[in-house]
Design a protein around this ligand. Sequence first.
Ligand code: AVI
Length: 329
Amino acid sequence: MSMRPSVALAVEHRPGVDREFLGDVVRGLTNLPKTLDPRWLYDDLGSSLFEAICRLPWYRITRAEMALLARHAPAIAEGLGPAPAIIELGPGSGEKLACIVAAVVERRGRPDVHLVDVSGQALQMARQTLGTFPGVEPVLHEQSYERGLERAVAATQAGRRVVAFLGSNLGNFDPPDAVVLLQSIARVLSAGDQLLLGLDLVKPDRDLLLAYADPLGVTAAFNLNLLQRINRELGGSFDLRRFEHEARWNHDASRVEMHLASRARQDVRIVSADLVVAFERGETIWTESSYKFEAGDVPLMGERAGFAVRQQWVDRDAGFALTLLDRLE
Ligand code: AVI
């Protein structure tokens, strides 16, 4: 979502309020269309709801990726040098990385593990999972991907690193931002380092909509929780019953969009921002984009950022691609 106004809005600072969150919410809700940055979906409850989404039968990303990792982790480990460093951006529960760590421990010895996420809760979960390998002590970076990656890279050896960016997390960035992020990963890496990228592929509309508007309502709760977070942290007055989760497949842009649609004409107050936001009936807040790819898009994206594909494994049935890329000289 790149429709931010360039003017910075002055927001009075109140103690105990996350200024970045407040600034983002004010900018997003005074935009047209209204938007909220998806990174704020992941407070403690949001992270737990996302973990639940990953177990839903209609959301196949996690299981498809786990199966590919379980099958191909030995090949990935073989391709790494001795004593490698594994850096994961957005590790979730850490279960996926555990597949790679297990294969590396068996073939290459104990790896250095670095985990980067803005959510402290996610990092703790992943630390618990990965801490079960003897001698493996994950280093946690509770930061943005770029900042955390820089730190992790500074603490590890050139030519021995593999950065895992799994779960189609890259799909939550608009294409130009995705390339910029890949470029910033390439910039801090050295020749001989690798990137392991997991991306969800385009599939029938019906499957995509079931994955993002599941019949159990878990994704709806995940989305609506963002309004609850604004109420709790910023003194918002959102009545969650007056908003509705919507998932839309935007074929032309190749993305699933999550929205929160206002069920009525209403005003919502946000005390910390001294702001009243007016909603028309049916007006939405656009909270997330999940871009879907063709397997053949990955080499092109990689090349634009300074990577070349070493190997790609595709689950055609679930529509998911795992790609291992080399950082070019
Ligand atoms: C984290 N990310 C890749 C998920 C996705 O599929 O875009 C977040 C999510 N949103 C709704 N369901 C899952």
